[in-house]
Ligand binder design. Structure first.
Ligand code: SAM
Length: 229
């Protein structure tokens, strides 16, 4: 694993114990709404096998299980500490240590893949997308739920103030790791712009990429479709 990826893994291992509390607090629980919408857009059906990559503490898995019955859910993450908490919260799920750059699954294994607030951390994004496409069945859907940069001059200024100053301050106090909460806005502002992002998805071999911005563009659920061929 490359150095940057190792540091990210370590960072999540360190903040795992406070992650859920901070998630709810710093997003004013909006993340719950975003997750529900992403699950709806992923069009998950009973009988399907779903991988929740970068599953962290399993919030997405719990929500999927609540909304769609009869699915086989696999959670994969490279932070053992995050996944351990996930396993305690959701004992019905299957969990497997997984690095997005090198997924430990056979080709064409999953009907759906979700990755929520994890893709921006994948250091080699084209490689990660290639791996996700590989393990997705033909015709399958990948749903990438991720922070995005809002549009509109006033809102984007307020958001930048909150995201770059207030959030690292509160996150730092509660988690004891201010650097981790400085990394969050940094990773969002460094995330590829929409046209580059779209090209990256299509270059990885996906047949389509559909953007679904939410809450003034703070967040986006991108649906990537693997062609039938
Ligand atoms: C912000 S948390 C999101 C967790 C969860 N999906 C959620 O919605 O709350 C990001 C997660 O991505 C995981 N992650 C980051 N890079 C990864 C990689 N290359 N492979 C697998 N997991 C990764 C981290 O360990 C962490 O658990």
């Amino acid at each position: 694993m490359e150095q940057k990826s190792k540091e990210i893994q370590q960072m999540f291992d360190n903040i795992a114990g406070r992650y859920d509390l901070l998630n709810r607090l710093l997003s004013f629980r909006t993340d719950v709404r975003w997750r529900k919408k992403a699950i709806r857009l992923a069009e998950i059906k009973s009988g399907q096998t779903v991988l929740d990559l970068a599953c962290g503490t399993a919030d997405m898995m719990i929500e999927m299980n609540r909304r769609v019955g009869g699915i086989t859910l696999v959670g994969g993450d490279f932070s053992y500490n995050m996944m351990k908490i996930g396993q305690q919260k959701f004992s019905d799920g299957l969990f497997c240590v997984s690095d997005a750059h090198n997924l430990p699954y056979a080709d064409n294994s999953f009907d759906r893949i979700t990755i929520s607030f994890g893709f921006r951390n994948v250091t080699d994004k084209p490689k990660g997308l290639g791996e996700m496409r590989r393990v997705l069945k033909p015709g399958g859907r990948l749903c990438i739920l991720e922070f995005s940069q809002p549009e509109g001059p006033i809102f984007s200024r307020l958001y930048r103030l909150y995201f770059t100053k207030i959030l690292p301050f509160i996150g730092g106090i509660i988690s004891g790791d201010r650097k981790a909460y400085e990394y969050l806005p940094d990773s969002v502002y460094k995330f590829p712009k929409r046209d580059v992002y779209r090209k990256m998805i299509l270059d990885a071999g996906f047949a389509d990429a559909q953007f679904n911005p939410m809450t003034f563009g703070i967040c986006d659920a991108t649906i990537c479709i693997k062609g039938d061929a």
